[in-house]
Design a binder for this molecule. Structure first.
Ligand SMILES: [Zn+2]
Length: 92
């Protein structure tokens, strides 16, 4: 899963096939295929490994069922930034 991070307003937007803007409107981005994204404006691209997300969601489901338990925090989920000129990023 790739996300757009706007360096102006700090908004984080999940990238989809349709172009989506950040909260301030200066950054936009979209997937152009299953791997590559196109972004514009003062944006950086972030990623969350799909398998990590699936595991975290599964753990959250278990925690949600166990709502009366003693858990304080849910599972960790690590995101990463892609280098600005990563080969999967097109700047428009
Ligand atoms: Zn913005």
């Amino acid at each position: 899963m790739k996300l757009l991070y706007c360096r102006t307003c700090g908004d984080i937007v999940k990238l989809l096939r349709e172009s989506r803007p950040c909260a301030c409107g200066l950054s936009t981005g979209a997937y152009v295929n299953d791997r590559d994204v196109a972004v514009s404006g003062p944006a950086w691209v972030m990623g969350i490994p799909n398998m990590d997300m699936a595991i975290a969601l599964q753990r959250m489901t278990v925690l949600d069922i166990d709502a009366g338990g003693t858990h304080v925090y849910g599972p960790n989920l690590t995101a990463f930034f892609l280098y600005p000129h990563h080969h999967t990023i097109q700047r428009t």
